[in-house]
Ligand binder design. Structure first.
Ligand code: ATP
Ligand code: MG
Length: 345
């Protein structure tokens, strides 16, 4: 079945996932009670302040967490194209190696770290495919590499013989994206792939991602601080706060009718993508320590809607609309309206 025929089928199911980092001051609870499903071909954006656990979640799905991390609770189930159900947390090393490129690939913020500095791009591609498929038909690989590089708007003749340092940051990032797709994974996880780049190069990467998704139909989890990028690329958005998913919904609902006060805070802190000049407001206070998080709702010390109950009751994600959930007991009062300073001409 092609990726497009499988649209709508769940390919990843995360349930009650918790991740802790061991530190000299005690366990840092970087993810807690995280649950979500991802469907074939779907793009989910993870948004939230620095330290909210976005990368931790991405790394956990690929079992790339450092040794100091442990997963005290939860499951990650992946459904392969052939219907195989994979318990990701139970994969043995050899199975994990296959899972990582052939089923699920990751692109990091700095492509320089992902590319081997002493290998030409072509040799890296050859090595990657050889490690997974054994013998490689170099003609076929050359064709596939050429196609992928052209899809990311690079000239294969120029790029394949180059070493990473001979390419610009934006070119390297696009090489990393093309490499992640070499073995045709069903899911790619991109962790801030545009953050280190200038605004025009960011634009190119976004266009490239939109175009690639359209042509290849993979699912993606897109981690970003930048709400406008999330709005453009995602079908659904998950807002993370202090290691928890506090709101999850379709992109339009999250941006126009957010139901968690923290999502409202994030939206008020950035200018709208188009239209009027509006007042920007930062969220008072700072994210809590994950060594010793606040009781009840972790956002309550910063929340304008907080009541007594919020400091004692941990809110669960509850339905607040169609395919829209929020972890707030006051979600029915939450209202998002920007203060317009100057109307757009
Ligand atoms: P950013 O937007 O800055 O990339 P993030 O949302 O990706 O942030 P994570 O990197 O997942 O956040 O971090 C979540 C929490 O876990 C933070 O409090 C962070 O300090 C902590 N953390 C991350 N990596 C480690 C580690 N190796 N050891 C201890 N604590 C860690
Ligand atoms: Mg991160």
């Amino acid at each position: 079945m092609s990726q497009r025929d499988q649209q709508g089928k769940v390919i990843l199911s995360v349930r009650n996932l918790a991740v802790e980092y061991r530190t000299s001051s005690g366990p840092v609870k970087a993810a807690q009670e995280v649950s979500f499903d991802l469907r074939a071909g779907e793009a989910l954006a993870l948004i939230g302040e620095s330290g909210s656990g976005k990368s931790t979640l991405g790394l956990a799905i690929l079992r790339l967490l450092p040794k100091t991390a442990q997963i005290p609770a939860g499951t990650i189930t992946y459904f392969a194209r052939d219907g195989r159900e994979v318990n990701v947390l139970g994969l043995r090393p050899e199975e994990l190696r296959r899972f990582r490129w052939e089923e699920c690939a990751m692109v990091f913020q700095s492509a320089l770290n992902a590319l081997n500095p002493v290998l030409r791009v072509w040799d890296q591609m050859l090595d990657t495919v050889r490690a997974h498929r054994g013998r490689v038909n170099t003609n076929e690989l050359r064709t596939r590499a050429g196609e992928l590089l052209r899809m990311v708007q690079l000239d294969p003749e120029r790029v394949l013989p180059s070493y990473p340092h001979e390419l610009s940051g934006g070119m390297r990032q696009r090489v990393a994206i093309a490499m992640s797709l070499l073995l045709d994974p069903q899911l790619i996880i991109l962790d801030e792939p545009t953050t280190a780049l200038d605004i025009l190069t960011q634009r190119t990467i976004i266009d490239v991602m939109l175009n690639l998704r359209d042509q290849l139909g993979f699912a993606m989890i897109f981690i970003s601080h930048d709400l406008s990028i999330a709005a453009e690329l995602a079908d659904r958005v998950a807002t993370m706060y202090a290691g928890e998913v506090v709101e999850l919904g379709q992109v339009h609902d999250i941006f126009y009718q957010p139901k968690h006060p923290y999502t409202v805070g994030l939206l008020n802190a950035v200018p709208p993508i188009a239209g009027d000049l509006v007042a920007l407001r930062s969220i008072p206070g700072s994210p809590p320590s994950l060594l010793n998080p606040p009781s009840g709702c972790k956002f309550h010390p910063r929340c304008p809607y907080a009541t007594e109950e919020c400091s004692s009751t941990e809110p669960e994600l509850i339905p607040v609309g169609h395919e829209h959930t929020a972890a707030c007991i006051h979600s029915d009062q939450v209202h998002f309206e920007r203060t317009v300073l100057e109307a757009a001409p």
